[in-house]
Ligand binder design. Structure first.
Ligand SMILES: CC(C)(COP(=O)(O)OP(=O)(O)OC[C@H]1O[C@@H](n2cnc3c(N)ncnc32)[C@H](O)[C@@H]1OP(=O)(O)O)[C@@H](O)C(=O)NCCC(=O)NCCS
Length: 151
């Protein structure tokens, strides 16, 4: 696989991010206004991953004080399973500024790919929210993860 490069996401990237988000999350995606609303906040930090100039995914994080949260994160379907998600997450964890003492996230319990990825990157399960996500007519539990930095 060619190298993945990363650039900071800015508010003008909102339509691009919304497009990628829709590819990954379908009806649960954020639209461009929601993306822009997040990107204009000084607490939001995001990165777009590209391969040979083609956007392959992005991550948005929120940092408050010494703690961060992964707000959303996706790799476009054709580029999955090639290491892009792992390199994007590792890049974000290493480039949060100021560096975070702890990073939190939540993920649907049935999202095996994402849970494997988070655990591979050093995130540890630290909570559980029953029936947290509404998916059509049913509900899905959330698993909470925490990453403790060695800064
Ligand atoms: C989760 C997601 C970002 C992973 O991106 P990716 O580029 O496919 O991930 P990588 O290729 O870097 O894989 C990293 C690790 O994830 C896990 N993983 C990836 N694909 C997997 C699969 N199909 N089944 C099980 N585990 C998988 C593995 O542990 C893998 O490490 P390994 O290859 O050394 O075994 C991607 O599947 C995605 O965008 N999903 C839809 C959106 C989403 O669920 N976002 C997270 C919401 S919290």
């Amino acid at each position: 696989m060619s190298d993945v490069s990363f650039v900071r996401a800015v508010p003008d990237d909102a339509p691009t991010l919304a497009h990628m988000h829709a590819e990954s999350f379908g009806v649960e995606c954020w639209n461009a206004n929601q993306m822009r609303g997040s990107l204009i906040l000084s607490t939001t930090k995001g990165w777009i991953a590209s391969i040979d100039g083609v956007h392959v995914g992005f991550i948005l994080c929120q940092t408050v004080g010494a703690e961060s949260e992964v707000l959303t994160f996706c790799v476009r379907p054709p580029f999955r399973g090639k290491g892009c998600g792992k390199s994007l997450l590792v890049y974000a964890v290493g480039n949060l500024c100021p560096p975070s003492d702890a990073i939190y996230l939540e993920v649907a319990e049935d999202n095996i790919c994402a849970k494997n990825l988070y655990e591979k990157c050093g995130f540890i399960k630290n909570g559980f929210r029953p029936n947290y996500y509404q998916r059509g007519g049913s509900k899905v539990n959330a698993v909470l993860y925490r990453y403790i930095s060695n800064n």
